[in-house]
Design a protein around this ligand. Structure first.
Ligand code: NAP
Length: 289
């Protein structure tokens, strides 16, 4: 891709502004539009052009980037201008469920639009900086064609033609993150009863949790192998979290994060798998036991 590509960005919330801003140092003309006017001042001073409507924003662009609130708002804005989008590429970075992303993929195909769905693994301040990654799925040729532009936001990772895959990975990674954060907060509530600040505990928890992530690959091998009796694994019986629940009770704090894990362990132990590997709790999640 040698000639500059005209890019339009629909949606100037926190994330949309960061995405537009990261494109401005490049050669590509950037047009922006937001439902509520008045959010583009900084971008305009840096070279962006503001469109009066989503329709006029689309007319000037080869690549249309959408970063709105949710799936419904994407249809609300794009449905009325679907004919104008024909033969153009839409990259939708709005968070949706995998099925919603697939629905948008089918909608785009019917309308003759090249569609890429994206999951942003970053907060706005990270966009264009190290550590930012955006996951993509959908039209592979669009991903390859516009990759130099996508790379302005961070690492661009492509998962396949199924438009729902980026969202699936995005939500799966966020699931791991939120449960990890809840675990930190459980620990912070425990040590707070001894006068330890949450910030102090964070300093101790971060390297510990980071070191423990080294075990994920081994869990993955055990789960994929499907044999939870392989030697060298910590057993479900050994992984009993009763002591943690007792400690929370003793000091008078809640225990829902550890209770959730204990519930998964108990389900497998009650089914007779106590001597097998801790990774077996995966089966309770997979089968919705
Ligand atoms: N912020 C993050 O850290 C982050 C990280 C990853 C992914 N994301 C995703 O990025 C997307 C945007 O997030 P954000 O942080 O920019 O949110 P935000 O600051 O709340 O902005 C929401 C944007 O959506 C627009 N919008 C909402 N409902 C609309 C509708 N019915 N029709 C047209 N426009 C509508 C808003 O326009 P108005 O100004 O007119 O209200 C605004 O431009 C979300 O899907 C979010 O999940 C955000």
């Amino acid at each position: 891709m040698n000639a500059p590509t005209a890019v339009s960005l629909l949606g100037l919330g926190e994330m949309g502004r960061a995405l537009a801003g990261a494109l401005l140092p490049g050669d590509h003309p950037v047009t922006v539009w937001n439902r509520t006017p008045g959010k583009a001042a900084d971008l305009l001073s840096r070279g962006a052009v503001e469109a009066e409507s989503a329709a006029s924003a689309v007319d000037t662009a080869e690549l249309i980037v959408v970063c709105l609130f949710d799936h419904a708002s994407v249809h609300e804005i794009l449905d009325p201008i679907v004919d104008r989008l024909r033969s153009r590429t839409v990259v939708n970075l709005t968070t949706t469920s995998p099925e919603q992303a697939r629905e948008l993929g089918r909608w785009a195909e019917t309308a003759g639009i090249d569609y890429l769905d994206g999951g942003i693994m970053a907060v706005p301040s990270m966009i264009g900086n190290p550590g930012s990654e955006i996951l993509y799925s959908g039209d592979e040729s669009a991903f390859e064609r516009f990759r130099p532009i996508l790379d302005c936001w961070g690492t661009s990772s492509y998962f396949g033609e199924d438009a729902g895959l980026a969202s699936l990975y995005d939500l799966a990674l966020l699931a791991g993150m939120y449960v990890m954060f809840a675990g930190y907060m459980q620990g912070a509530a425990l040590v707070a009863t001894a006068g330890v600040s949450a910030a102090d505990f964070a300093g101790r928890a971060a390297p510990w949790i980071a070191a423990m992530t080294g075990g994920l690959e081994e869990y993955g091998r055990v789960i994929d192998g499907g044999d939870y009796t392989v030697p060298g694994q910590q057993s479900l019986d050994f992984s009993d979290l009763s002591k943690m629940l007792e400690a929370a009770e003793e000091v008078g704090v809640g225990s829902r994060p550890i209770a959730m894990v204990q519930e998964l362990i108990s389900a497998q132990r009650e089914a007779g798998h106590g001597p097998e590997a801790f990774a077996r709790i995966y089966e309770s999640v997979r089968r919705r036991d």
